[in-house]
Design a protein around this ligand. Sequence first.
Ligand code: HEC
Ligand code: HEC
Length: 707
Amino acid sequence: MTARRGNILITALVLLLTSVVWHRLSPVAFAQHPPAPVPPSLKTISVPLPSNLDEFVKNRAFAVVLGKALFWDMDVGSDRQACASCHFHAGADDRVKNQFNPGFPITADMSFGDAFGRTGSGAQAGPNYTAVAGDFPLHRLSNPEDRQSFVLYDSDDRFSSQGTFAGAFVSNPSLFVFGIDACGSADPATDPFRVNGFLVGDVFVRKVEPRNTPTMINAAFNFRNFWDGRANNIFNGVNPFGLRDQQARVWLENADGSVTPVQVALENASLASQAVGPPLSDFEMSCSGRTFSNLGRKMLPRRALASQAVHPQDSVLGPYRPLLLPTGLNYTYSQLVQNAFQDRYWSASQLVDGTFTQMEANFSMFWGLSIMLYEATLVSDETPFDKFRGDFVTPPNPAALTAQQQLGLDLFMTKGNCIACHKGPEFSSAATHLQAENQEEGLVERMVMRDGGIALYDNGFYNLGVRPSANDPGVGGRDPFGNPLSFTEQYLDMLRGRDVPDRFQIDACKFASPFTVDFPLSSLTSPDCHGVPFNPADIDGLRTAVRGTFKVPSLRNAALTGPYFHNGGQATLGQVVAFYNRGGDRTDVPGGDTSGVPSNVHPDINVLALTRAEQLALVAFLESLTDPRVQCEQAPFDHPELLVPNGHPFNQYTVVADPTTLNTKAVDSFMTIPPVGRDGLPGILQPCLGTFADRLGLSQSSGVTGS
Ligand code: HEC
Ligand code: HEC
């Protein structure tokens, strides 16, 4: 009795003291990290990979062959859509036709956006519209230097990538034709991606994703992937959700040829978690209701890349080309799996559930790990910036950056304060090695907000006020099981005594909160810090800066990966720099929108007052982060041939119905990306890649402001 009262007293005292201390601390006192140094070359760090990888992978080189073939193979999608169909231009997408999404819900708790309206250039927006320069930025101000000035145009539409046609999966195609699945038609009540078909009424067109497509080059360095981090750091072999899905199982062979379902967990495999999402997504690659086993059954007997040409000097696939056929490899996917993965995951004689072979049933695991290993080879560490910095073998070369770029680097580090978030050789504080290095506080940090309040947040995820949080909650969203995506929100749930799915390290004592939690959760009987008990009633008072926050993207190759931000709202680097220079696009209504919630916008997003010359220097510096091998598609960035869906003939008013789909779907336009070998585009006498700005007839620096 006495002891309990004593505890309560101490708690009250400590909470009082802490709140006084919290209150007194100025932002300066909270800046406990020393100023970040100029990032070193990317060559100084290596790609993080799971430590237990070899339990699954027998031959990593073959896994890369398998992963590269799967990533580029158009037979994977229900309707000729490959991963690469949206990641074909420096790992991103520079198409301009049929790329608008009307502001569609992303997670279950998301409100619907409005329908297509007018575009920024005054045109009738809608599916199959071709964007022009005047459509950007998606939030346009009468004075681009003043975020409070009159708003000329504002839209919650997103500029992204077209994926698949809607419709329910019926069956796999026969082995001898293209990989087009039999699928039903979309539902006109729920699918806004429709255009009037010539003489036949509405027909469906390819759906467009609700967030802009980031590059997968260097994505191997991200601790979590996707703008909202929902591709879990831990791969469960089946889907993107890691330990959040306790039912996920792969099938292990027993000595007698039977199979047993087992749970697997590979750490630092966020790319594998990511990769198993799109093949079944009915926005990206699949008719709805298709399973990974269906996909395995379709792909395993097929020859890899059966309908696509492979360049003889392809740095990975070249040696496996057939002598007598013009396309593909001389391996089926089944043979590649057998070469790449441990036998016990595919060689069982017993069927799984009496239906699928073990290899088909484990296809999601082969898919995720092989694509992860391919993407782990896509590291762009030969930029002018890397040469400028030098590495363990090459001395720094001061001439690698122009004087203007060096001024830009200086501004990046100082007046622009870009380094606060775009840290390390990855230029992103969401990078794995920074998360690990940052053991001081772990994956949850605290910051002083603009209004002086203190909030906890997910390290590496910030709200810049690009859009009101109500348009897209980002890391404030939830997974399909109802768990918060955010580590911060999970931390608060832990303090409330609930079980949370993710494993992560937080040392709250270090951030002077009265709470601490050590994993594993079983130890969570009485969390305390410095011997201080804690008061669960206080948790609800803790403020978080999670809603509307997004992963800090790497800036490497940014010159080639426009348009920018999670909504694709800025077309050029000049427009991005002007955005930062005016302190973002939020208006100073509390919450940055009309919700009345205190603003989550990061306090560093404030007027920078850069001159025009300084903004141009920042753009020039960002251009120094382009690896020429990425721009010219040289090894390891070479690739097979690909036909990319590029809208549908005609425009947003009229398309042509495809009679083979009983006039339910529009005829596609395809653009051909030619196969290149290790010498890239110069090797086939083609120019290296241009920018998204080029596609709109703009220069990369267009949009900078001031005099
Ligand atoms: C229809 C277009 C489309 C297709 C097809 C597609 N992606 Fe993406 N990809 C996107 C979009 C859009 C995002 C961002 C989604 C988000 O963050 O919510 C993304 C995100 C990613 C990321 C995360 C990068 C980061 O920095 O967070 C990786 C890696 C990636 N895709 C790889 C793949 C792979 C592998 C496949 C095939 C299995 C694939 N994509 C298929 C459009 C596509
Ligand atoms: C408070 C952290 C923070 C600071 C400071 C910051 N950034 Fe960012 N940056 C981000 C985040 C987060 C995003 C993604 C935001 C979104 O889409 O909502 C981003 C996106 C970008 C992008 C677009 C990349 C892409 O692929 O879409 C560029 C370019 C960029 N930042 C450059 C800069 C420059 C230049 C500066 C300095 C003037 C800077 N950033 C300062 C966090 C920051």
